[in-house]
Design a protein around this ligand. Structure first.
Ligand code: PHE
Length: 475
């Protein structure tokens, strides 16, 4: 690799082009891409409901603490390592600690990306299906009696869900194919602000509905009595997943960032915007759910069963529903590209595959693993009968991929990254990297960061890992 990535030729020469690493063209582009990664299904269907169930505003306070002291420090570990080495996650560990096995953590991230995307794309496909349904026929079929059956009927099908998942994967692959600036950055620059505008419009619609107050109370009324040890673990797990930490997605994005960018500031902005979106998602959803007398719930049941009924009853509900599913698809798509990029960056940087070939190859391989995931969401799917032994029980392929990646691979990856900061890297270099060439490496907050990243953050993450494994083993 040349030390001088800047090209003298004005016209990119096709052979040389494969050796030039892409780059985010602007600070804003990087920020929006990272926000796009962070804002995903987690913010919209997990956070609001978990907050509502666990003490409302009291839980949100705990969540903020977990973001500040666990997730944000871990995010900065990834940012600083990625930017420092300007290569794939595997290459990053290799470069800093040659001859030692830390690089396996980079590989774990690549595998995690592969696995997560296989089922995340299935869910993104469902979102796309509900968007298309809204556009072509509206939500009038989604009566309280029919809504649940329609959803289960759809996800247990074969060609329908696979077709939508295929489209979601093709879109992701095409964006990745065009590279960092022309693919990822450009997509984020248009779609992430659009997501923000749509979300604010949906909040206004929701909170102005008569009878929406109960929804606000559900999510925000502080109830400190509901806080217990599990709320802390839940908040930590949520914060951590929501900031996309643990598989090298953020590390990979940061490897394409200019040295002058202050990573500390960027990470704080990402965390703040991600949390804001999670809170706004609750404001967009629960007041509307309350206004139409529906049950508060979370997860796929909320999005695919309850909300279509709400849209069916709401004035202008079809437009609102289409806007909502579009927003959710954008949130999923901008996360999907960040989950796939580490796989492609690894193929390009470590295995010298050309980006175009790597994108299409990775996209096809991930879709291939996505097929069994998609067909095993419930026991009634075509491959739902296949059971995988896991922690003393048996689970479907979909659940296996979901649990192994989210509950084991991500926390493990983040935990090892924090350990690496302390045992494998150099404190001075890490602080300078976080500040960037234009920032102050002696800023007192940087010391706070380092201290959190080598103490509270790994301990917190270890707690998530152990609790999740125990929880899964109990079934
Ligand atoms: N942060 C995304 C969400 O909230 C999920 C994600 C996890 C994306 C890990 C990338 C890496 O849905």
């Amino acid at each position: 690799m040349s030390d001088h990535p800047v090209h003298r030729h004005d016209q990119a020469d096709p052979i040389d082009e494969q050796h030039v690493r892409g780059k985010f063209a602007s600070r804003l582009g990087f920020l929006l891409a990272a926000v796009g990664s962070a804002v995903g299904l987690g913010n919209i269907w997990k956070f609001p409901f978990v907050a509502g169930q666990n003490g409302g505003a009291a839980f949100i306070l705990v969540y903020l603490g977990c973001v500040a002291f666990v997730a944000l420090p871990a995010l900065l570990v990834e940012f600083s390592l990625g930017r420092h080495c300007q290569t794939s996650a595997v290459g990053t560990y290799r470069q800093i600690a040659p001859g030692r096995p830390w690089w396996l953590n980079g590989l774990l991230g690549v595998v995690a990306g592969f696995v997560i995307l296989s089922f995340y794309s299935a869910v993104a496909g469902w979102v796309l299906k509900y968007f298309v349904t809204g556009v072509t026929q509206g939500y009038s079929d989604f009566t309280p009696e029919a809504s649940g059956g329609l959803f289960v009927g759809f996800i247990n099908g074969t060609s329908g869900p696979l077709a939508y998942q295929f489209v979601a994967m093709v879109l992701t692959t095409v964006i990745i194919f065009f590279g960092i600036e022309k693919g990822i950055e450009r997509t984020a620059k248009y779609l992430v602000p659009l997501l923000g505008v749509l979300l604010v419009a949906l909040v206004v619609r929701s909170v102005t509905l008569p009878g929406s107050r109960e929804g606000l109370l559900f999510m925000f009324r502080p109830d400190f009595g509901k806080l217990n040890a599990m709320s802390f673990v839940n908040a930590m797990g949520l914060a951590f997943f929501s900031l996309s930490v643990g598989m090298g997605a953020m590390m990979t994005y940061a490897s394409y960032v200019d040295r002058s960018v202050n990573l500390g500031k960027t990470a704080v902005n990402v965390a703040a915007l991600d949390t804001l979106v999670a809170v706004l998602a609750g404001l967009a959803i629960f007041p509307a759910v309350a206004a139409f007398g529906q049950q508060f719930s979370g997860g796929p049941g909320l999005v695919f069963v309850t909300l279509p009924q709400v849209f069916d009853q709401m004035p202008f509900g079809r437009v609102v529903g289409v806007a909502f599913f579009f927003l959710l698809f954008v949130a999923a798509l901008t996360s999907m590209i960040s989950i796939m990029e580490p796989v492609v960056t690894w193929l390009v940087d470590d295995l010298n595959v050309r980006r175009h070939v790597a994108s299409v190859g990775a996209g096809a391989a991930i879709f291939a693993l996505g097929v069994p995931a998609c067909l095993s969401v419930t026991g009634d799917g075509l491959m739902g009968g296949i059971k995988i032994p896991f922690l003393g029980g048996e689970v479907t392929i979909f659940d296996f991929l979901d649990m192994v990646s989210q509950n084991i691979m991500l926390p493990l990856g983040a935990f090892i990254a924090c350990l690496f900061l302390f045992f494998g890297w150099n404190r001075q270099r890490a602080l300078a990297e976080v500040a960037g060439t234009a920032g102050n490496p002696h800023h007192p907050l940087l010391k706070v960061w380092y201290w959190c990243a080598v103490t509270i953050a790994p301990l917190g993450i270890l707690t998530i890992l152990v609790t999740k494994i125990l929880e899964m083993a109990k079934g």
